[in-house]
Design a protein around this ligand. Structure first.
Ligand code: FAD
Length: 452
């Protein structure tokens, strides 16, 4: 009998550090009593545990993970560790007042470096490389968006951290067909996300934390978790389930689960890399409304995703492995258009994941001491560096330490809930369908001009 093919969650899960076979840690078996119980072993949960234990190894920190550490978005993303945060900056300023946007940006830049130094100190082999990020335009609509983005950054005093490149300077960094210009920031690193998540989980254990895998939390109550396998009593409960929050009882409308799909190419040879560029492994984003994001991986492929964002009725999340043939084709076609030498390149992997979007698009972290309840997430696709900041902030909040982190404008923020169905589904589909039409129209106009 032919053996069944086990399909992995992503390219990243297929290329973990040698010796990491994703064997699950034991589940919770019986009741437990801990100081801090964290639900979810993605970047938010892991950085929170790591930061708490780094500050005070005597705190009894336990993470409860439904699958395995790094199973969610943290293990499957584009590996963009960038000094930016999800959500409109004007809304951040409205909430935090003058100087708050700058403070958020500076903390995100620091987060990129903090990830780099933890990775180096712990010896996590996740290909971390700080070569910056390019936000590229290949048509006039995208160029307008890039300029608008840049003007906004200038308004908030970020001119030392972002640079507007003309077509020729942008082409020097990445030889993309039809490139018209780009925005560049050095505050960004490419990394292998699943290796980072898995390595962080080991680091949390080394520092004294406990991780139960295969342990679903069914319900969160005041200082109590109803888990599969037992009841957990905790002084503090941290909800770190981002897009999966909707699967926990009574939390269905807190965060919208938005799908995102990626592909990875076969390794690209050196001659072709000479032609493409990205010599410093700069991350690259296509500035469409439904944007696309890519990285040159440490093993010489392109991992490329985005260009669409499906949602599902009542926030239902598809089974893993997540596949979407239409998205795979769209990503392949766009890659060939951007890099004509790659038109025929093989695609070794296609996968999807879910990211979390709050109703007002603003991410938030917070701790309600009275309830013993903390939360973090809603990064809208910008969670790799931001989750590091969130984890460090949550650790300070839980320990009662006032710091620069605890006065950031996203602290204490809770978005209002999403609308009930069918309004949520209809609204989100209308917005993404509209965005798709504009992106395609801009692409078509650029194509016609190119042929003229
Ligand atoms: C395809 C894709 C590409 C992305 N690209 C980027 C990028 O390049 N750069 C960037 O900054 N951001 C990116 N993001 C977003 C980023 O990955 C996320 O914002 C971030 O990883 C969220 O981390 P988290 O720990 O909050 O959530 P997750 O990583 O989703 O972790 C939540 C964990 O909770 C567990 N869980 C869920 N329910 C329960 C339960 N009931 N009981 C116990 N455990 C539970 C899940 O199994 C999961 O492991 C991308 C996201 C996707 C999906």
């Amino acid at each position: 009998m032919a053996s069944e093919r086990i399909e992995s969650a992503s390219f990243w899960h297929d290329t973990l550090e040698p010796g990491d076979d994703l064997a699950p840690r034991p589940p919770l078996a019986g009741d437990a009593d801990v100081d801090v119980a964290i639900v979810g072993a993605g970047f938010t949960g892991l950085w929170t545990a790591h930061s708490l234990l780094r500050a005070d190894p005597s705190i009894r920190v336990t993470i409860f993970e439904r699958e395995t550490a790094g199973f969610g978005a943290s293990g499957r993303n584009g590996g963009w560790c960038v000094g930016d945060f999800g959500g409109p900056v004007s809304a951040v300023e409205r909430k935090g007042g003058p100087g708050s946007v700058d403070a958020m940006f500076r903390e995100m830049y620091r987060s990129v470096d903090d990830v780099g130094s933890v990775v180096a100190a712990a010896g996590i082999d996740c290909g971390f490389h700080k070569g910056g990020a390019l936000y590229v335009a290949t048509n006039s609509g995208q160029m307008r968006r890039v300029r608008h983005h840049y003007q906004g950054l200038l308004r908030y005093g970020q001119d030392d951290a972002w640079q507007l490149l003309d077509a020729s300077a942008a082409k020097d960094k990445v030889n993309m067909a039809g490139i018209r210009g780009a925005l560049f920031t050095p505050h960004a690193a490419a990394l292998h996300p699943a290796r980072l998540a898995r390595g962080l989980a080991r680091e949390v254990e080394r520092l004294g934390g406990v991780i139960y895998e295969g342990t679903r939390i069914k319900h969160i109550e005041k200082r109590k978790l109803a888990a599969e396998g037992g009841t957990v009593r905790a002084d503090v409960i941290v909800r770190a389930t981002e897009a999966y929050t909707s699967t926990i009882d009574c939390q269905e409308r807190e965060v919208l689960a938005l799908g995102n799909y990626m592909i990875a190419t076969e390794p690209i040879d050196d001659a072709m890399w000479e032609e493409i560029g990205l010599a410093d492994r700069e991350l690259f984003e296509l500035s469409a409304i439904l944007l696309g994001y890519g990285q040159r991986t440490s093993d010489g492929r392109i991992a490329w995703g985005g260009l669409g964002a499906p949602t599902w009725w009542k926030g239902r999340i598809p089974q893993t492995p997540m596949r979407n043939v239409e998205m795979e084709h769209r990503l392949r076609r766009a890659l060939g258009e951007m890099f004509p030498p790659l038109k025929e390149i093989g695609v070794s992997h296609h996968w999807g994941g879910v990211l979390g979007v709050p109703r007002d698009l603003l991410p938030g972290v917070g701790y309600d001491r009275e309830l013993g309840f903390a939360w973090g997430g809603g990064y809208t696709g910008q969670g790799v560096a931001a989750a590091n900041a969130a984890g460090r902030t949550l650790a300070d909040l839980i320990r009662g330490e006032e710091s620069e982190l605890t006065s950031l404008p996203w602290v204490g923020h809770r978005s209002k809930k999403w609308e009930p169905e069918p309004l949520q589904w209809m609204g989100v589909h209308a917005v993404t369908a509209g965005a798709r039409v504009v992106d395609e129209a801009e692409r078509a106009v650029a194509g016609l001009r190119g042929r003229a």
